[in-house]
Design a protein around this ligand. Sequence first.
Ligand SMILES: C[S@@+](CC[C@H](N)C(=O)[O-])C[C@H]1O[C@@H](n2cnc3c(N)ncnc32)[C@H](O)[C@@H]1O
Length: 455
Amino acid sequence: MSITALKALAQLIISNVETIESTCQSKGTEFPSLDDLFEPSVLDAHPAILGASRQIVAAAAQIIATVRPPMELLSEHATGMYSTAALAFINSNDVVDVIQLNGTRGMHSKEIGQKIGVDGSKVDRVLRYLATRHIFREVRPNVFVNNKVSSLLLKSKPWDELVADPSSKYAGALGASAIGHTTEEGFMGAPYIPQFLKNPGQYQSPFNMSIKDTTNIFAWYEQAENLWRGRRFVVGMRGAGERFPPEIFTSAIDWKGLPQGSTVVDVGANVGTVTLPLAKAFPHLHFILQDLDHAISDAKVFWQDRFPEALSERRVEFQVHDFFTPMPVKADVYFLRLILHDWPQEEGIKILKHIRAAAKPTSILIIFEMIVLHACPETSKFAAQSPVPPAPPPLLANYGLGFGGFVTMADMQMLNLLGGRERTIEEFEELGRESGWKLETVKPGPISAFIYTPE
Ligand SMILES: C[S@@+](CC[C@H](N)C(=O)[O-])C[C@H]1O[C@@H](n2cnc3c(N)ncnc32)[C@H](O)[C@@H]1O
């Protein structure tokens, strides 16, 4: 049986590699090599490539789980903190940028150590641990070069991207910011997860337990000594947001059909990565970005940089607004992207109730979030609205690491940082029901659109 399953998994890998090959041929391009630096490619959002990658990742992980000795596999996961610590070390010491000074020649760990003020004989161990897991490449003994994965952490990118804080080394560095946030703030809370699950006490999250303070992480970011972390989060969040194709947002509802001058509120907008493509595509709409103080300051810089006309024509407004207080705008459309996953049920309901209290009978609410799929076949009435096609056997129903990997990882991160959660479609329906909103439509995708009307 296990050989039959292994062969089926190997076959899935081969047939999907062939799909990648034929798609590359039809596009006249090569599939990016693991050995090169990361470059955005036309293939990144290509549906055939995304579908093939999903099956290959799912099948490869399942083969590894089948053939790797179970104790070794368990130990790999049990020592996951070394991956976090290794990434935190190289990211905070700019090791990727240092190695890149020598380009494809690579750099000896002793030289890397000298440049960052760390014993080189320790640096090589960290880099080898990562190179063994395909982050960096060891080209000769103790000599390392960047690859497709490590190069995402380069900070010395041209500063044409938004700069939340031009004096920060994280200013345009989307990957380094997101990974810095996770390997530092995330790493603080993670050890407290078991204790929190058993007995949260006065705390809303494991992160709060780690700082021994009930201030939520967003309010904590507003404190003077943590402001730089908050700004790094803004840059990382933009990176996380920009990986979704803008069509997800521009096709969520019939924006064109909204009357001239309709008001659209981006609740918890951060710098407004979703509003930007909407404002470009639908000049007849008026947009209001709401967030906390530092995010709104960064949003103003972002828009001045990316779309200054929207500011001079007053098509975009900025509002410092706490979404746990009454919504000040009676809008035609409210949307929230990656907001509700931050919060436990009670807080999520509070946010939506404030919006409901301000809404008109004709207002529309759109929630953009990822969907959690069970690792077994779905049984709910929403099973047909899956963001992914049915997984071929013997893959897990949620494609394991090929799809469920990212959502479950994000779910643990939300639990850790804010006591939040990623949700199933049923849970989104329930969230609406408990806050006065009726779920009308779900548009499944890499990030899904849940469309509600007032109940
Ligand atoms: C996960 S980010 C999502 C940002 C944005 N919607 C996006 O998709 O790029 C969460 C956002 O919620 C904002 N936020 C947190 N607490 C808030 C509050 N009480 N009122 C308003 N915004 C808040 C944060 O500043 C942050 O920008």
